[in-house]
Ligand binder design. Sequence first.
Ligand code: A3P
Length: 316
Amino acid sequence: MEKKHVLDNDDELLERRTGWDGQHLVNYEGFWFPEMFLPSIRSSRNNFVAKNTDIILATVPKSGTTWLKALTFSVANRGIYAVDQSPLLKSNPHKLVPFIQEYIGDEHDKLLPMENVSDPRILSSHVPFVMLPYSVAKSECKIIYLCRNPLDQFISLHHFFASNKIEKEAVPLGFEESFDMFCQGIIGFGPFWEHMIGYWNAHLENPKKVLFLKYEDLKEDIVLNVKKIAEFMGCPFSEEEVGKGVVEEISKLCSFGNLKNLEVNKNGYVMDGVLKNNTFFRKGEVGDWANYLSSEMAERMKKLMEIKFEGSGLTF
Ligand code: A3P
């Protein structure tokens, strides 16, 4: 992909690697970022002004961001749109809930107008907790974090990169070498364990500010989790809504099977025409890694998780 951004002179000293799909990665404050996004991430860190009513969705890529966007959008707007009139039927969830950097970037970005976003603003980010805009910590805004078993996240990423070819000319690394890089934490927004632990600790410190969710739990009981999300967002379902089946309706609207089969998600692109809409809906299953990884690879990852999450209380 063409590099749109220019980093500062001091940034020449930052460590750089080529990711397994050919993307240029740069290490900043201990995390790896796609180089093309770093200027806008830093700019939004300094310039985004959070409102107390904002809801920030945070994820590592391929842990269910699209699903979380659809769910929170539907929960927040359920008084405005009936389910059969939902904008989700005509727009990809990433169009309805853009990333913070799509509003507040650097001078090279083509930005979306923030003033058109009505309250409560739902915004999203892949950045680690420590890289969120400074104003997020100072405001009463809330953060919903969603993560996923890294084995499934890796498999999902592998397919996503292969289908989108973000760096058109690059020859991607083989499967085992890619897995090795992932286990070393060299992946955009990684290392994944630092990402998860950052939000996990923030959640333990202030559970009213940070809701911590797992993809696997949403798959197991979506109705319970939609209620949890609504409560956390400050708009719990009334008894009447529950009685009418609104929670189930929203869960069904946002389900993998429903979104994947919508015309809008079968065609078209998001992010300036770089990413295909349909690549955000692949299989939507828990445990798909078992179809791809050898037992040695899975064992390596399980050991890595044991070491990295030891004492944190975080398990998968
Ligand atoms: P798979 O590749 O395992 O199928 P993200 O949204 O963070 O990019 O994550 C994409 C992953 O979430 C993909 O996983 C995708 O299929 C899955 N996904 C997308 N929409 C979903 C939904 N409504 N329900 C469950 N999983 C969904």
